[in-house]
Design a protein around this ligand. Sequence first.
Ligand code: THG
Length: 366
Amino acid sequence: MATIAPSRRVRRTPFSDGVEAAGVKGYTVYNHMLLPTVFRSVVEDYHHLKSEVQVWDVACERQVELRGPDAARLMQMLTPRDLRGMLPGQCYYVPMVDETGGMLNDPVAVKLAEDRWWISIADSDLLLWVKGIVHGFRLDVLVDEPDVSPLGVQGPKSDDLMARVFGDKVRDIRFFRFGWFDFQGRSLAVARSGYSKQGGFEIYVEGSDIGMPLWNALFEAGKDLNVHAGCPNLIERIEGGLLSYGNDMTRDNTPHEAGLGKFCSTQTAIGCVGRDALLRVAKEGPTQQIRAISIDGDIPPCDRAWPLMAGDKKVGQVTSAARSPDYNTNVAIGMVRMTHWDAGTRLTVHTPDGPREATVQPKFWI
Ligand code: THG
């Protein structure tokens, strides 16, 4: 196996020492930062995530901080989701698009105050787009990347582990809300959110210096809960239909194609960049859309788009796929043309190992 060359461009995280001590076996690079992909094996990590509790170094979910009198106006310019009802203490999953309606990112917006927001970004350089908008529209907002690193606690036992470190009050945090909790004299935002369907929290660790102390405190408190180091799990996130920007959708896709139309209220998202383009696609409806797809037989890792064929006509592509132990099939995410997107449609997927039978599913598995 080849290694990745360490360099300043491939940033370590405040938790990297802990990740290495826990025996990380694979990394990807996300927002120019290390993101673990496997600890024991993807399948062992998967079973453990679904039954126990894991601590995830998701520091690569970098924050774009907006600060200043125009912060709320800027935020609404960045997304077609209507933010008028959003209160401090809430998180929203928000598609972000360019002037053509093409997806630029699918971050979590964190509203700290009317004039202070974090955009918890997926893997694209959103900061550059935001700075461009601020400059172009002469907005009174400061935009930068603060020293804030999310640490995930995911799995069915996450409430118990979190309560031991932050107190029983964490149990009261509602889905996609956050509260402020003390750790070693520092007040940290703790949200009920995360890139799994197993339940859990994300701690927005402000100040790299408390990264390892918090990591160690969670492992110390969770010894008898069988806590392990973990990471976003490929199999579990496909089962759950959690999309991966750059894989399942890109700038070539609208939010409606990505199945994120439910997070767009373009009509009322006044001032949003790309509004006119999205009003058109919302009216006409997408001609291709994300679907859950099952694939028969053995498949290799999906590191490029696999054509989805109906006979010799290309009708879509598979962009994520993995063997699922719990569903005893290969679970996959693909983009499928309207003519072939109905549940039950049988297609052929051209993998690098040859053609495989595929079936469009009515919904994701979790
Ligand atoms: N948490 C935080 N930042 C992130 C992610 C995260 N940044 C990168 C990446 N993940 C952004 N993408 C997603 C994708 C899906 C979800 C969150 C961020 C997600 N979706 C839920 C679902 O689809 O079931 C819930 C959406 C909702 O109902 O609002 O959680 O994970 N901080």
